[in-house]
Design a binder for this molecule. Structure first.
Ligand code: ADP
Length: 165
């Protein structure tokens, strides 16, 4: 039987425990998950693409079922090139729904064979986003329950450098 592969796309600026929870639960359904960092995201980022890839890889401790990559261009084309048919996304509040709904419909229109699968956030992570984590970290707030230890250290370093500039 061929491997069931899902692509989990996003900005991951930086990866949080909310993202990791989606990956862990996704691995109960799929044999392999490709975490794909979008190169052409319009969001202004704190970490470079290379830094984000490094943090994701370290956070997953080299689990062979988790691949880390980047993509640009159409996500659905990337998904098919990876031998996958599923886009994995997480849903938090209702506010996520509108955007996710539009993107999922457009992606399905572009490639009928590609489906988007949503996993609801786990209760402790419902409020958690990369943006909130960055804000709290740069105000010296505690983030140890929100991100993996390597990300916590990287955030502290980034925020320190930003303050020096
Ligand atoms: P994007 O810029 O594509 O939204 P993000 O890195 O912010 O990228 O998020 C990637 C995916 O992970 C999205 O589907 C988002 O809804 C989901 N996600 C982010 N944080 C959480 C969380 N705390 N719980 C569940 N899903 C989450």
């Amino acid at each position: 039987m061929s491997k069931r592969i899902a692509v989990y796309p996003g900005s991951f600026d930086p990866i949080t425990n909310g993202h990791m929870d989606i990956v862990e639960r996704g691995l109960e359904i799929f044999d392999e998950i490709v975490i794909a960092v979008a190169r052409n995201s319009e969001k202004k980022s704190l970490f470079t693409i290379e830094e984000r890839l490094h943090l994701i890889a370290e956070a997953h401790c080299n689990d062979p079922r988790v691949k880390v990559d980047t993509f640009d261009g159409l996500l659905v084309d990337y998904v098919v090139n990876q031998g996958a048919r599923v886009i994995l996304r997480g849903l938090r509040a209702v506010s996520d729904f509108e955007y996710e709904f539009q993107i999922a419909q457009m992606n399905h229109k572009l490639r009928r064979e590609v489906e988007t699968l949503f996993l609801m956030t786990s209760v402790p992570y419902g409020y958690l986003s990369s943006s909130i984590v960055k804000e709290v970290a740069c105000l010296n707030g505690p983030v140890e329950t929100l991100v993996p230890p390597i990300v916590r250290a990287a955030l502290a370093e980034k925020c320190r450098k930003m303050k020096e500039e």
